[in-house]
Design a protein around this ligand. Structure first.
Ligand code: ADP
Length: 471
């Protein structure tokens, strides 16, 4: 036998724990922080890359311009050297002017080094200029010695003063120019390396960064979606709760009012025995209705929470259908109930009480929702691995968009026609729960205004196994 509910068990309202949990706030916070961190890292990487490139460009330009100044100084020193020799050979005013120009050119180049160079360049420029001054002074005295015709003195000045000064100046500039050339080359190499790094490594870094951003964004999106879904379900739950309260209070109040009214009449009025019997019958009917309501609620709750187990015994579905139909025939004269039972159907394994409940609920609905009367047909059919029960009526039917919804708890369709019909919205959810526990399916097809067909499909796996072993 299936578990029966006990009287102590509470009636269950729609519960908040039916709402799925939204994504953990910790995950959401971590994803947001991760997102911000990745954006900051990418921004820092871009700024750092741009800054590094910019400083290296500035350094390379400076090194290159200094290298060019040293080059100019070397050219100028050579020009001054040859101008001195030319002037010594031909001390004409034109040569003098040329020598002056060469000297000015050298001074300009040294000044440029002093202005644009570093501290060491400036010191070097100052040193070179003082040596240059000595060289110019020696050259002047050399020219004077030649002019007064003293070749020995001229020779001495050239060898002891002018040439060493010139050589010192030249070797200082040459050495510094070499250092500058090396520095300019290294600055250029560094710049090229940075450019290569930006060209090759930055796309990889950005691809990883964007990948991370996308992943984190997806996590956030999912958590927002989960949150939205949670709120939607909470809203739905709250709506269901109000519906539940209104349905339950209405459904409970109607029989209770009857019981109260009839019992007061029995208490206060002088009734005959037949009248007493009639009122007692009414009270009994209302009390039964209340009991059924409570039982349905408890049953559904126990099924949904997995606290109810089904019996697994051989059941004769045809017999269940025939017996249930016979019971209904007594009270539903306007609804001729026709049976079309598959005689080859036997050996189904299940819970006979619960299957009776399925047939009862479907048949009761077929009659209830055909208020103008009309035939109801119950049909069983065996296929290879399944058995299908169909309950067909010719009543008010169900709009296509509600065919799924009617299987939800407390989902009563509010139309002018259904308003007068009593119900709790628990019959079909109970049917669906039982069928699902039997690993079967239930669905409805209908045409509004022309009737409905409810299909229950149950698996015949165990029956088939039994059948074959019996054979
Ligand atoms: P109840 O009948 O107690 O309201 P059910 O869960 O049995 O609850 O049915 C849910 C709703 O589905 C009903 O309120 C009704 O609107 C609709 N319904 C069920 N069966 C039929 C049917 N055979 N014909 C038309 N409507 C139906």
């Amino acid at each position: 036998m299936a578990d029966r509910p006990t009287d102590q068990e509470p009636v269950t309202e729609p519960q908040a724990d039916q709402v799925p949990r939204e994504a953990s706030p910790l995950v959401t916070r971590a994803a947001s922080l991760g997102l911000a961190a990745v954006v900051i890292c990418l921004a820092a990487f871009s700024i750092l890359g741009a800054y590094r490139m910019q400083t290296q460009i500035v350094r390379a330009e400076r090194e290159e311009s200094l290298r060019a100044s040293y080059e100019k100084a070397i050219v100028a020193i050579r020009a001054e050297d040859s101008s001195v020799v030319e002037y010594l050979l031909d001390p004409s005013p034109a040569r003098r002017v040329a020598l002056g120009d060469a000297t000015n050119g050298l001074i300009d180049a040294i000044n440029a080094i002093e202005v644009h160079g570093s501290q060491s360049d400036s010191e070097l420029a100052k040193g070179v200029m003082s040596v240059h001054d000595k060289f110019v002074a020696a050259s002047t005295r050399l020219v004077d010695a030649i002019v007064i015709g003293d070749p020995a003195e001229a020779r001495r000045i050239e060898v002891v003063e002018a040439k060493p000064a010139f050589d010192a100046m030249r070797s200082q500039i040459d050495a510094a120019a070499n250092v500058r050339a090396t520095e300019a080359f290294s600055a250029l190499t560094e710049l090229q390396a940075t450019a290569r790094w930006i060209l090759i490594e930055s796309p990889v870094v950005f691809a990883i960064g964007f990948g991370l951003l996308f992943g984190l964004w997806r996590i956030l999106e999912q958590s927002h979606r989960a949150a939205r879904e949670t709120y939607r379900q909470i809203e739905q739950l709250s709506k269901l709760r109000s519906e539940f309260v209104s349905i339950v209070s209405h459904e409970f109040r109607t029989p209770l009012t009857g019981i109260q009214g009839f019992s007061e009449m029995m208490r206060d009025e002088n009734l005959t025995i037949p009248e007493m019997r009639e009122y007692a019958g009414d009270i009994n009917k209302d009390a039964r209705r209340l009991a059924r309501l409570i039982t349905d609620m408890l049953d559904l709750d126990r099924m949904e929470s997995g606290r109810m187990t089904l019996n697994s015994e051989p059941v004769d579905l045809n017999r269940i259908v025939a017996e249930t139909a016979a019971q209904f025939r007594l009270s539903a004269a306007d609804h001729p109930i026709a049976l079309d039972l598959d005689e080859g159907l036997r050996g189904l394994v299940g819970d006979s009480d619960r299957l009776t409940q399925v047939v009862t609920n479907l048949l009761s609905n077929a009659i209830k929702y055909s208020p103008s009367g009309g035939a109801v047909e119950l049909r069983t059919e065996r296929a290879e691995k399944t058995v299908t029960l169909t309950v067909t009526d010719h009543g008010m039917g169900i709009a296509a968009e509600h065919l799924e919804k009617i299987f939800d708890r407390y989902s009563r369709l509010e139309t002018t026609e259904t308003r007068a019909i009593q119900g709790t919205g628990l019959g079909l959810p109970i049917v669906r729960q039982i069928v699902q526990m039997c690993e079967g399916k239930v669905w409805a097809t209908s045409e509004s205004g022309r009737g409905s067909v409810f299909h229950v499909q149950l698996p015949l796996l165990e029956a088939t196994a039994q059948g074959s072993s019996a054979a």
